[in-house]
Ligand binder design. Sequence first.
Ligand SMILES: *[C@@H]1O[C@H](CO)[C@@H](O)[C@H](O)[C@H]1NC(C)=O
Length: 148
Amino acid sequence: YAVHQTTSGGPGDNYYGLHVTTDVYSHNLKPGQQTSTAIWVNHVGNGVKSSLNTISIGWHIYPEHYGDSHPHFYTDWTRDGYAQTGCLNMDCPGFIRVNGAVIAPGDVIHPVSGVPGGRVQNITLRLLKDKTSGDWWVYYGLNGIPTG
Ligand SMILES: *[C@@H]1O[C@H](CO)[C@@H](O)[C@H](O)[C@H]1NC(C)=O
């Protein structure tokens, strides 16, 4: 993990964006096994679980959830420690796929690294908060900078 933690009221108290480029590999995993690479923005609240406010995006291989061992692009969020809100991908209202988006949360990432003779594939992800609406925008690029 790499963590940057701030305290309430301090400088850098509010995050409005994160950006990452990460290689994507296939692994042969079985149900009960899981791997992920992600960026998170968390507000842990007052320590009570229902005050957790978090959003994360990345890729994971999660056979128990998808029934396959492919890398999937994923999103995850909650506003209340998963009491009433939040879920993986588009399993509940929250994420909206924009017209023309090349991928939706939960989709398989293709191609991936690890194929003999193949090249290393990467994805670039951006998580940006709209300061006016408070909505989070997610951008995805395969082997390059997201264009939209
Ligand atoms: C991601 O992949 C592209 C295309 O292969 C390559 O040009 C770029 O250098 C890679 N980026 C990183 C950070 O590895």
